[in-house]
Design a protein around this ligand. Structure first.
Ligand code: TRP
Length: 482
C-alpha cells in the first residue's frame, strides 16, 4: 500500500521547519566570518539587498512549485513540464542534496565533538590562538575522532527523518528552534555585556565601503542562496507538505526574517566576544573552531558558554541536515514508491559512506587529489558553485518563463488573495524580479563561481563570436524545452 502523503500540522510548524532548514552552519559559522572579511556593515547591507530582491522572490517560487505539485523536485518538474530537460534539473537537486549532506555532516560532527571537548575542559589550556589551532588540527587529523562524530551526526539526522514529516521534522524543529533561539539570545547578552564589547559592535555596524568590490557582491549573493537553502528543491520539498490554504508570501517573509535575524545575532554574539577578548576578527573559517575557544577560555564561566555555543551550532546544523535528507527521501517515496523507513536507512547510509572520504580529506586522504582538490573540496565546489546556482537559475527561469505566468499567479493566489487585492504592486514587483533580475544576477554569480566570468571578460573582444553563439545556444535550448 502506498503511504498517505503527510502535511504540516500547522503553519507555525512549516515556518519553524523551513527556518530550521535555512538556519544552519551558513548562518553561524560562515556568515560572521565572511562579513568580517568583507568589511562588516557594508557587506551586511549588500547581503540584505540580495536577500530581499533575489532570495525572497526565488524562495516564494520554490515553495509554490512544491505546494502546487505536492511532489519532490523531480516529481514537480515531471508533473508541470515532463520535458527531460526539466526533469534533469529536478534530479540535479536531489543529487545536490546527497552531496551537500555528505560533507555537511562532517563539519556538523566537529560541532558535537567540540561540545564534548568543552565538557572535558580541553579549552582551559588555550592561552593563545596558536595552541587552539594546533589542538584543532590534531582533532581533525584523528581519523577516529572525525569519522566517529560524522557517524554520530548522520545517525541523529536519520533518526529525525525516519520519524516522519510530522513526528520527526516538524516536532523536532518545534523543540530545537526555540532552544536555539534561547541559547543565542543568552550568548548575545553575554557578548554585549563584556567590557570592550562596543569595539565589536562598532566593527559590525560601521561600514567600511572601501572593502566592497564586485567580488564581495558575488559572495553576498552566493551566500544569500546558500543560507535560505535555495537552488536544489529543499524548500520545494518542504512546500510540498503545505496545503492550499496557506499564505506563501507571508510564510516566506517570516522564514527570511528569522534566517537574517539569527545570522545578525550570531554576528553580534561572536564579534563582541572576539573583540572583548582581544582576538583577531578576520581569522576566516577558523573563527569558530579556533578563535572562539580561545575567547571562551579567557571568559569567566567559559565552559558553560562554550557548551551552549556548540550545542546551538549542532542544533542549527541538525535542522538543516534533515531538510537535505528529506529531499532525497521524498524522491524515493514519491517517484519510486519506497517506504519512508527503507529510503531513510538506505540513503542515510549511502550519504554517510560518501561522506567518509570527505572526513578523511582532513587527514589520511589530504594528499589524494581529484581535479586538483581533495574529496571534500570537490564535493563542496560541485554543490555550492555548480549545482546550487545552476538549480537556482533554472528554477527562476521555470517559474518566470516556462510554467506560464497566469497559472503561477492562480496558484500563488490560493491562500493569499488579500495580498493581490491590497498590494497588487507587490505581485508585479515579484514578477519582474523573478523574470529578469534573479536569472541575470544568478547567471553572473554562476559564471563567476566557475571562473568563466573573468576569462570571458578578458577574451570578450576576441571571442565575442563564441559568446554570442553560446548565448544563442542557451536561448534555443530553453525555447526547445518549453
Ligand atoms: N541553509 C543551510 C545553512 O545555512 C544549509 C542548507 C540546508 C542548504 N539545506 C540546504 C543549502 C539546501 C542549500 C540548499 O547552513
Amino acid at each position: 500500500m502506498i503511504e498517505q502523503r503527510e502535511h504540516w500540522g500547522s503553519k507555525a510548524g512549516f515556518i519553524l521547519a523551513a527556518a530550521g532548514s535555512a538556519i544552519g552552519l551558513g548562518n553561524i559559522w560562515k556568515f560572521p566570518y565572511i562579513a568580517g572579511e568583507n568589511g562588516g556593515a557594508a557587506f551586511i547591507f549588500i547581503y540584505l539587498i540580495c536577500i530581499a530582491l533575489i532570495g525572497l522572490p526565488v524562495l516564494i517560487a520554490e515553495i509554490l512549485l512544491g505546494r502546487s505539485t505536492q511532489r519532490n523536485p523531480v516529481g514537480a518538474f515531471k508533473k508541470l513540464s515532463g520535458k527531460p530537460f526539466w526533469v534533469t534539473v529536478g534530479s540535479m537537486g536531489v543529487l545536490a542534496g546527497f552531496i551537500i549532506l555528505s560533507f555537511y555532516t562532517v563539519i556538523a560532527g566537529w560541532s558535537i565533538g567540540y561540545i564534548i571537548e568543552a565538557l572535558r575542559g580541553s579549552f582551559s589550556q588555550f592561552s593563545d590562538p596558536s595552541i587552539a589551532s594546533t589542538y584543532f588540527d590534531e582533532r581533525v587529523s584523528d581519523v577516529n575522532w572525525i569519522v566517529g562524530y560524522h557517524t554520530l551526526f548522520s545517525i541523529l539526522t536519520m533518526g529525525v527523518v525516519y520519524a516522519g514529516v510530522n513526528k520527526g521534522i516538524e516536532k523536532g524543529s518545534k523543540i530545537m528552534m526555540p532552544v536555539l533561539f534561547f541559547l543565542l539570545v543568552i550568548l548575545v547578552i553575554r557578548g554585549v555585556t563584556l567590557p570592550g564589547a562596543e569595539k565589536g559592535l562598532t566593527f559590525l555596524w560601521s561600514p567600511d565601503w572601501s572593502k566592497i568590490s564586485g567580488q564581495s557582491v558575488l559572495v553576498a549573493l552566493g551566500h544569500a542562496f546558500f543560507t535560505i537553502s535555495l537552488g536544489m528543491g529543499a524548500m520545494m520539498t518542504y512546500g510540498s507538505y503545505l496545503s492550499k490554504k496557506d499564505h506563501i508570501p507571508s510564510a516566506a517573509i517570516q522564514i527570511v526574517f528569522l534566517d537574517t535575524l539569527i545570522a545578525l545575532l550570531a554576528g553580534i554574539a561572536i564579534f563582541t566576544a572576539v573583540f572583548a577578548m582581544g582576538q583577531d576578527p578576520a581569522s576566516g573559517p577558523g573563527l569558530i573552531f579556533v578563535t572562539l575557544p580561545v575567547v571562551f577560555a579567557k571568559m569567566p564561566g567559559g565552559v558553560v558558554w562554550a557548551i551552549s555555543f556548540f550545542l546551538l551550532l549542532t542544533l542549527a546544523a541538525l535542522t538543516s541536515a534533515i531538510s537535505l535528507l528529506e529531499v532525497v527521501v521524498a524522491y524515493f517515496v514519491d517517484e519510486r514508491k519506497w517506504k519512508r523507513h527503507k529510503a531513510v536507512m538506505v540513503f542515510g547510509l549511502i550519504t554517510f559512506i560518501i561522506g567518509v572520504p570527505s572526513a578523511l580529506s582532513f587527514n589520511i586522504m589530504s594528499d589524494v587529489h581529484f581535479f586538483g582538490k581533495t574529496w571534500f573540496d570537490n564535493a563542496d565546489y560541485l554543490a555550492s558553485n555548480i549545482l546550487l546556482p545552476g538549480g537556482g537559475l533554472f528554477i527562476s527561469i521555470f517559474v518566470g518563463w516556462v510554467w506560464g505566468f497566469d497559472k503561477v499567479l492562480i496558484e500563488l493566489k490560493e491562500g493569499s488573495e488579500s495580498l493581490f487585492v491590497k498590494y497588487p504592486l507587490v505581485i508585479k514587483g515579484w514578477k519582474i524580479f523573478l523574470k529578469y533580475l534573479s536569472p541575470v544576477m544568478i547567471l553572473i554569480v554562476f559564471l563567476h563561481s566557475v571562473g568563466l566570468l573573468e576569462s570571458a571578460m578578458l577574451q570578450f573582444r576576441t571571442n565575442w563570436v563564441n559568446i554570442s553563439l553560446t548565448l544563442t545556444a542557451i536561448y534555443l535550448l530553453l525555447k526547445g524545452s518549453k
